[in-house]
Design a binder for this molecule. Structure first.
Ligand SMILES: *Cc1c(COP(=O)(O)O)cnc(C)c1O
Length: 363
């Protein structure tokens, strides 16, 4: 069985070496040595001013929203993992769904302004599949209407736009280090903020609201990353460039094989982005191909290939019983997108096999 993803792991000895100290220190969580080291190393790797580690990516979204202390509406995309939308709703805010660009599936910045009301307090866009949003246009709108910007950067680990680390945009960028992501800590996440006091507020919120002076300053939660997860992060960070290089090789092979097939739309190339090759989505035009996404997904499954309908359905439909007609492009893409297997250990021969199955079509 070839799954859509398979978690990368460092050599076992390397991880054991990394966690040995924990048997001496007996400091297993609560901002220990591994946590602090990983935070410092990530700050360097991501090229950002402030990083704070958290228990998972979802918590990074919820705590970013809580730290900004807002009430009202948040303009966001329905073409994302349900976590983005859940975080908005669980924070007592109302998601307002904006359509996406046909080209790269990120929020369509030309349609944001018409959704802004006197209740709008923030924009929460997603760098979906590692495609970086139009951050300049979003920043302009945010300034004009005094809105906060929280990026869901779960797919964009280590990416750069015109040489600038993606975590530098907006008020907060939220990362997921879940086992399925390009860089992982088993479970984990982080926020990057320009403003150090905001980053620190998020950390305090992740520790029940207890601040440096040991006082309760906010109604916080338990969202801390533990030392075993941080140790996994330290190991994976040493290998993540290899992982990304391997992902690039495999993605390039998919593109070589599929770029000339009429009816298969590949993820957009953008030479301004230094990519992490987190996913390999294809969008299938059933009229040109003679078969649709669901049929291909079924055929691949019969051949032990687990491709995923990622993202389908739209989160507006799942969580808010929203009307998909209001975001027609997102609706169109979600009905036709299929994310193909991609992970560092996948073989080029497997990619060829998957492409052969796709080109054969449906009998
Ligand atoms: C993975 C993911 C999340 C949630 O991250 P977890 O670490 O699983 O909590 C949020 N948003 C997007 C777009 C994701 O892909």
């Amino acid at each position: 069985m070839i799954n859509v993803t398979k978690s990368a792991l460092p050599p076992l000895d390397e991880y054991i070496e990394e966690i040995k100290e924990l048997w001496n220190s007996r400091w297993l969580t609560n901002m220990g040595a591994k946590y602090n080291q990983l935070q410092t190393e990530l700050k360097k790797y991501l090229n950002v001013d402030n990083v704070r580690l958290l228990v998972n990516g979802h918590m990074s979204l919820e705590l970013a929203l809580q730290a900004l202390d807002m009430k009202g509406e948040v303009i966001t995309t329905p073409f994302t993992f349900v976590s983005t939308t859940n975080a908005i709703i669980r924070s007592g805010l109302k998601p307002v769904f904006c359509d996406i660009f046909y080209e790269d599936y990120t929020i369509d910045v030309t349609k944001i302004e018409e959704l802004i009301t006197e209740k709008t307090v923030a924009i929460m866009p997603v760098h979906v599949y590692g495609n970086i949003c139009d951050v300049a246009a979003i920043s302009q709108l945010a300034k004009k209407y005094n809105l906060a910007v929280i990026y869901d950067a779960a797919h964009a680990f280590g990416e750069k736009l015109n040489g600038v680390g993606v975590g530098n945009f907006g008020d907060v960028s939220c990362y997921s280090f879940h086992a399925t992501k390009v860089f992982h800590t088993i479970e984990g996440g982080a926020v990057c903020c320009k403003d150090e006091s905001l980053a620190e507020k998020i950390r305090v919120l992740s520790d029940f609201g207890i601040n440096e002076a040991d006082q309760f300053s906010y109604v916080g939660t338990n969202g801390k990353m533990n030392e075993f997860c941080a140790a996994m992060g330290l190991c994976n960070l040493r290998h993540v460039d290899e992982y990304i290089l391997q992902r690039k090789k495999l993605s390039d092979r998919y593109s070589d094989r599929l770029s000339n097939v009429e009816g298969i739309k590949l993820n957009m190339d953008n030479s301004n982005i230094e990519r992490n090759y987190s996913y390999y989505p294809v969008v299938l035009d059933e009229k040109k191909l003679g078969y649709d996404r669901d049929q291909l997904c079924e055929k691949l499954k019969k051949n032990d290939i687990n491709a995923r309908k990622y993202f389908y359905p739209l989160t507006s439909a799942v969580v808010c019983s929203g009307d998909c007609a209001q975001t027609p492009i997102a609706h169109y893409i979600s009905e036709r997108v299929l994310t193909l297997p991609l992970y560092p250990e996948l073989d080029l021969a497997d990619v060829d096999y998957i492409c052969d199955l796709i080109m054969e079509g449906i009998a």
